[in-house]
Write a protein that binds this ligand. Structure first.
Ligand SMILES: *Cc1c(COP(=O)(O)O)cnc(C)c1O
Length: 392
């Protein structure tokens, strides 16, 4: 099997086909004319050579027969979910999946007679207990992105298969470098390529990977019908990002180890959530199914939510905002914009702070965190305003 480095450098690029261009050109065209010859391409919503170059790399990285790109992670996720449900279906999903995916399942699909049961356990028994004869889909996200809860992918996928249900997993946090869900029995691995795969905080993009027949079928039905196709320019930026994925992940992971150790030893930190930490509760699960740990982590400070705003404002190097997986370090506190009832339902500590560790020097990141932690304690507590409902 080719290495991830070789895949990212060369898979799907075809210089002899494109006048020797080592970088697949941007075919910024909506249609392909058939007057003089038939290239096999027809219309960019269905297929485009620049998009296919990105798809080839993602498929090879996932060890999949085929991958397909989408205009966003949510485009990929909603298309994948819709493929497996019809009126009367039951979906069994992990409780802590990405917020908009959770809303799509609970608030949106319920309009069409699709029921979702959310599970907080991490093993086959907890998921089996929630399945009934109408269960057509099990939807996982391992690790999840606020508390990094892991699920036993192999066991849960086998339990789903035994009942005739498919397993789809959001593999965004781990990336295909650190976790290959298809080899563990999942039917489809889905990604927000807006995060590490793109890696430069300059695109919103998504992808799915799995068996050729399944991915083709989703391309021909959900992607073509709903139209969440990838733009060629977006695909070119994604391919450009993918070329350095192994290099970037190595640094992200190295920096995360340093920042995690720093936070774990900090007097103003009560608890760290990160799969690479010695105190991580699902260690046996992640060790069995992951080969590395990426760089988004959370911690509970020894000060209340009322001082978390002061912590965020005191940061000088880290940006404050949603998303992650780019070059830049970021911080966000869900308690500032999420309702307390939702936080409680998801098991999120009220004053939780999430850090996306970027590619800056680790010492600059830890210094900035240290200064901000001290500034938060020295500041007067703030009165919180009305909370909104922003995504994170
Ligand atoms: C960002 C994200 C998504 C959604 O992806 P978009 O590209 O923003 O649509 C899905 N899952 C996870 C885990 C994410 O972090």
């Amino acid at each position: 099997m080719p290495s991830a480095e070789d895949i990212c450098a060369h898979e799907g690029d075809n210089p002899s086909r494109w006048l020797g261009a080592v970088s697949t050109p941007i075919f910024q065209t909506s249609l392909f004319s058939h007057r003089d010859h038939d290239s096999g391409y027809n219309y960019t919503r269905s297929a485009n050579p620049t998009v296919e170059a990105a798809e080839a790399k993602i498929a090879a990285l996932e060890g999949a027969e085929r991958a397909a790109c989408f205009s966003s992670g949510m485009g990929a996720i909603s298309s994948a979910i819709l493929h497996f449900v019809r009126a009367g279906s039951r979906v069994v999903a992990h409780r802590n999946i990405y917020g908009p995916a959770r809303n799509f399942l609970s608030a949106y699909l319920s309009r069409f007679g699709v029921e979702t049961v959310f599970v907080s356990g991490n093993d086959a028994a907890s998921f089996s207990a929630a399945m009934n004869t109408h269960t057509s889909l099990v939807y996982l996200e391992s690790p999840t992105t606020f508390l990094f809860l892991a699920q036993d992918i192999r066991g849960i996928a086998a339990a789903a298969r035994a009942r005739g249900a498919a397993t789809v997993i959001d593999n965004t946090w781990a990336t295909p470098l650190y976790q290959k869900p298809l080899a563990l029995g999942a039917d489809l691995s889905v990604h927000s390529a807006s995060k590490y795969l793109g890696g430069h905080s300059d695109i919103v993009a998504g992808a799915i990977a799995g068996k050729a027949e399944l991915v083709e079928s989703i391309v021909r039905s959900e992607r073509d019908h709903l139209g969440a196709c990838m733009d060629p320019h977006q695909a070119w930026l994604l391919t450009r990002g993918l070329r350095t994925l192994p290099l970037r992940m190595e640094r992200h992971s190295e920096n995360a180890h340093i920042v995690a150790a720093f936070l774990e030893g900090h007097e103003m930190v009560e608890r760290l959530y990160w799969p690479g930490a010695a105190t991580y509760p699902d260690q046996a699960i992640v060790e069995a199914q992951m080969t590395g740990y990426s760089s988004v982590l959370s911690f509970v400070p020894r000060f209340p939510l009322e001082r978390v705003g002061a912590f965020l404002s005191a940061l000088k190097l880290l940006e404050v905002g949603p998303s992650w997986g780019g070059f830049e370090s970021l911080a966000i506190a869900p308690g500032i914009f999420m309702d307390d009832s939702v936080m409680a339902e998801l098991g999120l500590p009220r004053n939780l702070i999430r850090i996306a560790v970027g590619l800056e020097s680790a010492s600059s990141i830890t210094e900035d965190l240290d200064d901000a932690l001290r500034a938060a304690v020295a500041s007067p507590p703030l009165v919180l305003g009305v909370k909104g409902t922003k995504n994170a």
